[in-house]
Design a protein around this ligand. Structure first.
Ligand SMILES: N=c1c2ncn([C@@H]3O[C@H](COP(=O)(O)OP(=O)(O)OP(=O)(O)O)[C@@H](O)[C@H]3O)c2ncn1[C@@H]1O[C@H](COP(=O)(O)O)[C@@H](O)[C@H]1O
Length: 111
């Protein structure tokens, strides 16, 4: 296990790939091909996650989820979407879900 790994670190590396376009980099290849290619890869990886999960193949599902996560991060960099934006969106929903859950619990108790 690489102790150095973080989503933030990988995101920054992908941003650097987009800016510098080093040769021999698969990420450079994706950015050179452009948005349609990146979207195609995200679609393919989604399908592979679905197939692996449907087969209840835990190891393969983890592998395909990692492929999907990488390609989603490439898409985010290409689209100029930061990890903080997605984190903030999830955090906002978390509060809403909590309130809905509380309201439901309160109305269930009143019955
Ligand atoms: N996490 C990944 C990662 N996951 C998957 N992949 C690549 O995604 C590709 C997916 O395989 P496929 O068979 O679907 O695609 P392919 O046939 O190789 O290529 P296509 O023509 O279909 O696009 C493989 O080439 C993998 O190497 C990744 N490539 C890079 N990273 C990360 O990105 C960093 C920078 O990578 P480079 O830009 O290549 O230096 C690396 O250090 C890693 O941390």
């Amino acid at each position: 296990m690489d102790e150095q790994f973080s989503y933030e670190g990988l995101y920054r590396l992908l941003e650097e790939r987009r800016a510098k376009r080093p040769e021999g980099s698969y990420t450079t290849y994706l950015f050179e091909k452009g948005l349609d290619k990146i979207l195609k890869k995200v679609g393919e990886e989604c399908t592979e996650v679905i197939i692996a999960a449907k087969d209840r193949d835990h190891k393969e599902t983890v592998y395909e989820l990692a492929d999907l996560a990488y390609h989603v991060l490439v898409l985010m960099v290409e689209a100029g979407i930061s990890l903080d934006e997605v984190r903030a969106e999830l955090a906002g929903r978390h509060v809403i879900d909590h309130k809905v859950k509380q309201e439901k619990m309160a109305s269930d108790q009143a019955e």
